[in-house]
Ligand binder design. Structure first.
Ligand code: MTE
Ligand code: HPA
Ligand code: MOS
Length: 810
C-alpha cells in the first residue's frame, strides 16, 4: 500500500488528510514488555518466598502425569458416552443392534443397569446418570459404551440409535423469562434503604433504565475431563483417579450410584490440568457414568472426553441478563438502584443458585448506593447445565454494575473514572447484605494505580492520538474490584489436613485441596516448611485422596491456601508441640536428629489438622449477615487501540494493582493475576459461544456450534497486553488469613473488564466524529463484529441503527 503508483495509494496521497492513513496502517506487534513489582518481606522462612511452582519443571517438560497419563491396568476398557442430539424430547427407543457388532464393543449400559440410584446432582439430585424417558439438552448422557479402545468406544457409541419425540425447547434467558421457566425456589432478594420511595421522592436528578447482557464462557482447561475407575478385592471396593476439583464429590456420587458405602470408595487426584470451576461439580457425572460398567464388569474403565464433547456437555460460565433502574444526582452521586438479574442455569440446578447469589452480593462492585434492591432468579433452559467459573457469578454481577456506572458518566458528560471515585465505599461502610467493610484498601489500591498509570496523561495522549487518526482510536479505562472471600455456603468453609513426619526428616503433607496449576501445593508446602523451620525441598505433597482427608469441599472460591494452609499449620503445630518435649531436653543439630530422637521416644509424628473460617454466616431468610471472611481488592488500567474499519483491537497497556496482604508466594500470586486477567480478557472481548437457535437454524437447536478452538477464540500470545504491569500493595498485612496473606485466584479476573471499557471509550471517540455523543450498548464479548458495528460511519448507517449490536446467544 505504500507504493503510490497504484490507484488507492494515489488516492490517499492526493485526496485525503493524513489522519485517514490510519485506515491502512498494518497492525504490527512489537514484543511485549512486562513488569512485576512486589516486596519479599519475611524473615528467612519459606513463607513469602517467590518460589517456583513445585511441579513447574515437570509440567513444562511433559513429565507431569495427568489422569489420562496414568498407565492403565491390564484388562482396561475405554468408555464413550451416548449423548442426546435433541434439546428437549421424549426418548421413544434405544437400538443397540448396530453398536453390538462394532469392532471391540464390550457393552452398552443404560439407566436400567444402574445398581444404586440413577438420581444425582451437585446440591439437589435433579439429574439422571442416564436419561430414562426425557432428554432436556443436547449432550445429555443416555448411556455409556465400553470397548477395547477409546476409538472403538467412540465409534460404537455413535451407532446406538435413539428414537425421539421432540418437544419445544427453551434456549435463552429471554425465552425462559417469557415462559416463566425458572428452577424451583430460586427467587432471591437483597434490599437496603427504600428504593421505591427514593425514586418517587424527587431526590434523583435523573433516572435511567436499561438492560445488560452478559455473555458466557467456556472453561477451556487444557486437560479435558477424565477418570480411571477400577474395583478391588472381588469387586466391592471402588477406586478411581479423576481430573476433578472435588474428589469427595466423585466418591459421594459413585458410592450413591453403585449403592456402596462411601468408606469403600476412594477418589485420588494428583493434579489437574486446569479446572477454573469447570471441574467443581461437572466432572462427577462423567465418573458416575463410567463407574457403572466398571463395577458391573469388574474391570477397569477409563473415560477421557474429546475436546468437542467436553465443550458440548459440561456447561459453561453462566450468561446473565441484568435489568436496571438507577437514580443519581447531577453531581454524579448514586442514590437508588433497582436491579433484576437472571442467569441461564441450563437443564439442572447444579451450582446456579450459589452463582446467582454471589452475583447479587457483587452487584454493587465497590460503590455506595444508599437505596438498593437486587432481585434474582435462575432460568431453566434446555442447554447443558451451566456451572462455576472463576469468579462464580461475581464478575457477571460486577459487569452489570460497571455498565450502568459507565452509562451514568456518559449521561452526565463526565469521565467514568471520576464517577467511580466519588461513589467509592469506605472503611466501615455497611454493604447491602449487612456486612461491614473492615481494613478496606480500595482507595489505596486506586491511588497507587492512578500514580502508576498516570491516568490524566494517558487520557490526554489518547485524545491527542484520536484527533489525528480517523480510522484508529484509542481508549482508556480504570476499573476497581472487590471480591468476597469464603464459600457463601457456610458449611463448606472447613478444611482438613494430614501431616506425616518420617524418620529421615522429610515431611509428607496431604490436605483436602486439589492442585490445578494455581500453586496451592507450593504455598501449602511453604507453610509446612516454615512451621518446622526446614527447607521447602524437605516437604512433599503427593496427591489429594479421599482416604487420607475426608469430607473436603471442592477446591474453589479462592480460599484454599487460606483454609488448607491453616489446617496444615494446625497439624504442624500439634507435631511441633509434641516434639518440643524432646527439643527442650537437648539441642539437636538438625530437624532430622530431633525427629529421630522423638521416634525413639515413641512420640507420634503424624497429625490431623483442621480449620474452620470463623465469624461468617449469612441467612437468606434474614437477608443480612456476614457471608465473607474478608475482601480482596484490586484495580486495573487498560489502554486499547481499535481499528474502526475491521473492529480489530489490541491492548497496548494493562496496569494492575492488587492488595494481597503479605503474599505467601508473590511469584505465584503475580502469575495468578496475569492468568486471571488474560482469561478475563477472553471473556470480555474474544470468546463467543453460539448455539443453534431460531437465528441460526442451520445448526441443530440447542447444539453448541463453537465446540473447538477453530470456532471459539481463546486468548493467545498475541492478546497479551504490549505493556503488562502488575504490582502488589506493600505493607498491608491481612489479619483475617494465614500469615497475613490474601486469596488471589478469582479476584483479578474481573479487572479485565478495564479492556472492555477502554474499547467502549475508543468507540466513543469514533462515534463522536460522526456527531453521536449518546450512550450506546456494547455487551461482552466485544468481538470485532460488535466493535465494528458500534463505530458508526457511512458503512454501518446502511445496515443498522446507532444502537444496533449483533445478537448474543445468552
Ligand atoms: N489457576 C490455574 N492455573 N488453574 C485453575 O484451574 N482455577 C481458578 C484459580 N486459579 C485455576 C487457577 C479458580 S476458579 C479458583 S476458585 C482458584 O484458582 C482455586 O484455587 P485456590 O483456592 O487455591 O486459589
Ligand atoms: N464460590 C465458589 N464455589 C462455590 C461457592 C462459592 O461461593 N459456593 C459453592 N461452591
Ligand atoms: Mo472457582 S469458580 O471457585 O472453582
Amino acid at each position: 500500500m505504500g507504493d503510490s503508483s497504484d490507484e488507492c495509494g494515489t488516492f490517499i496521497a492526493e485526496g485525503l488528510h493524513s489522519s485517514h492513513q490510519s485506515a491502512v496502517q498494518p497492525n504490527s506487534r512489537p514484543s511485549s514488555t512486562g513488569n512485576q513489582s512486589f516486596e519479599i518481606a519475611r524473615n528467612g522462612t519459606a513463607v513469602g518466598l517467590p518460589a517456583a511452582h513445585l511441579s513447574s519443571r515437570l509440567q513444562v517438560t511433559g513429565g507431569a502425569e495427568y489422569t489420562d497419563d496414568t498407565p492403565t491396568p491390564p484388562n482396561t476398557l475405554h468408555a464413550a458416552l451416548v449423548l442426546s442430539t435433541k434439546a428437549h424430547a421424549h426418548i421413544l427407543s434405544i437400538d443397540d443392534s448396530l453398536a453390538k457388532s462394532s469392532p471391540g464393543f464390550v457393552g452398552l449400559f443404560l439407566s436400567k443397569d444402574v445398581p444404586g440410584s440413577n438420581k444425582i446432582g451437585a446440591i439437589i439430585h435433579d439429574e439422571e446418570v442416564f436419561a430414562t424417558e426425557l432428554v432436556t439438552c443436547v449432550g445429555q448422557v443416555i448411556g455409556i459404551v465400553v470397548a477395547d479402545t477409546h476409538e472403538n468406544a467412540k465409534v460404537a457409541s455413535k451407532k446406538v440409535k435413539i428414537g425421539y419425540k421432540e418437544l419445544p425447547p427453551i434456549l435463552s434467558i429471554k425465552d425462559a423469562i417469557k415462559a416463566r421457566s425458572f428452577h424451583p425456589s430460586t427467587e432471591r432478594c437483597l434490599e437496603e434503604g427504600d428504593v421505591d420511595r427514593c425514586f418517587m421522592s424527587g431526590e434523583c436528578d435523573r433516572i435511567i433504565e436499561g438492560e445488560v447482557q452478559v455473555g458466557g464462557q467456556e472453561h477451556f482447561y487444557l486437560e479435558p475431563n477424565s477418570s480411571l475407575i477400577w474395583t478391588i478385592d472381588g469387586g466391592n471396593e471402588v477406586h478411581m483417579i479423576s481430573s476433578t476439583q472435588s474428589p469427595q464429590k466423585h466418591q459421594d456420587l459413585v458410592a450413591h450410584v453403585l449403592n456402596l458405602p462411601m468408606s469403600k470408595v476412594v477418589c485420588k487426584t494428583k493434579r489437574i490440568g486446569g479446572g477454573f470451576g469447570g471441574k467443581e461439580t461437572r466432572s462427577a457425572f462423567i465418573a458416575a457414568a463410567a463407574s457403572v460398567p466398571s463395577y458391573l464388569l469388574k474391570r477397569p474403565v477409563k473415560i477421557t472426553l474429546d475436546r468437542d464433547v467436553d465443550m458440548m456437555i459440561t456447561g459453561q460460565r453462566h450468561s446473565f441478563l441484568g435489568k436496571y433502574k438507577v437514580g443519581f444526582t447531577n453531581a454524579g452521586n448514586f442514590l437508588a438502584l433497582d436491579l433484576e438479574i437472571y442467569n441461564n442455569g441450563g437443564n439442572s440446578l447444579d451450582l446456579s443458585l450459589s452463582v446467582l447469589e454471589r452475583a447479587m452480593f457483587s452487584s454493587d462492585n465497590v460503590y455506595k448506593i444508599p437505596h438498593i434492591r437486587v432481585r434474582g432468579q435462575v432460568c431453566y433452559t434446555n442447554l447443558p447445565s451451566n456451572t462455576a467459573f472463576r469468579g462464580f457469578g461475581g464478575p457477571q454481577g460486577m459487569l452489570i454494575a460497571e455498565n450502568w456506572v459507565q452509562r451514568v458518566a456518559v449521561e452526565l458528560r463526565r469521565s467514568p473514572e471520576e464517577i467511580r471515585e466519588i461513589n467509592f465505599q469506605h472503611e466501615g461502610h455497611v454493604l447491602h447484605y449487612g456486612q461491614k467493610l473492615q481494613n478496606c484498601t480500595l482507595r489505596q489500591v486506586w491511588d497507587e494505580l492512578n500514580a502508576s498509570c498516570l491516568f490524566a496523561k494517558a487520557r490526554e495522549t489518547a485524545d491527542d492520538f484520536n484527533r489525528n487518526n480517523r480510522w484508529r482510536k484509542r481508549g482508556v479505562a480504570m476499573i476497581p474490584t472487590k471480591f468476597g472471600i469464603s464459600f457463601t455456603a457456610k458449611h463448606m468453609n472447613q478444611a482438613g489436613a494430614l501431616v506425616q513426619v518420617y524418620i529421615d526428616g522429610t515431611v509428607l503433607v496431604t490436605h483436602g485441596g486439589v492442585e490445578m496449576g494455581q500453586g496451592l501445593h507450593t504455598k501449602v508446602a511453604q507453610i509446612a516448611a516454615a512451621s518446622f523451620n526446614i527447607p521447602l525441598s524437605s516437604v512433599f505433597i503427593s496427591e489429594t485422596s479421599t482416604d487420607k482427608v475426608p469430607n473436603s469441599s471442592p477446591t474453589a472460591a479462592s480460599a484454599s491456601s487460606d483454609m488448607y494452609g491453616a489446617a496444615v499449620l494446625d497439624a504442624c503445630e500439634q507435631i511441633n508441640a509434641r516434639m518440643k518435649t524432646m527439643a527442650v531436653k537437648h539441642n539437636y543439630a538438625s530437624f532430622t536428629e530431633l525427629v529421630r530422637a522423638c521416634y525413639m521416644e515413641r512420640i507420634d509424628l503424624s497429625a490431623h489438622g483442621f480449620y474452620i473460617t470463623p465469624d461468617i454466616g449469612f441467612d437468606w431468610k434474614d437477608r443480612k449477615g456476614t457471608p465473607f471472611n474478608y475482601f480482596t481488592y484490586g484495580a486495573a488500567f487498560a489502554e486499547v487501540e481499535i481499528d474502526t474499519l475491521t473492529g480489530d483491537f489490541h491492548t497496548r497497556t494493562a496496569d494492575i494493582v492488587m492488595d494481597l496482604g503479605r503474599s505467601l508466594n508473590p511469584a505465584i500470586d503475580v502469575g495468578q493475576i496475569e492468568g486471571a486477567f488474560i482469561q478475563g480478557l477472553g471473556w470480555v472481548a474474544l470468546e463467543e459461544l453460539k448455539w443453534g437457535d431460531s437465528e441460526h437454524p442451520w445448526i441443530r437447536p440447542g447444539s453448541l456450534y463453537t465446540c473447538g478452538p477453530g470456532t471459539y477464540k481463546i486468548p493467545s500470545m498475541n492478546d497479551i497486553p504490549l505493556n503488562f504491569k502488575v504490582s502488589l500493595l506493600k505493607d498491608v498485612p491481612n489479619p483475617k488469613a494465614i500469615h497475613s496473606s490474601k486469596a488471589v485466584g478469582e479476584p483479578p479476573f474481573f479487572l479485565a473488564s478495564s479492556v472492555l471499557f477502554a474499547i467502549k471509550d475508543a468507540i466513543i471517540a469514533a462515534r463522536s466524529e460522526e456527531g453521536h455523543d449518546d450512550w450506546f450498548p456494547l455487551d461482552n464479548p466485544a468481538t470485532p463484529e460488535r466493535i465494528r458495528m458500534a463505530c458508526i460511519d457511512d458503512f454501518t448507517r446502511h445496515f443498522a441503527s446507532p444502537d444496533y449490536q449483533p445478537k448474543l446467544s445468552i
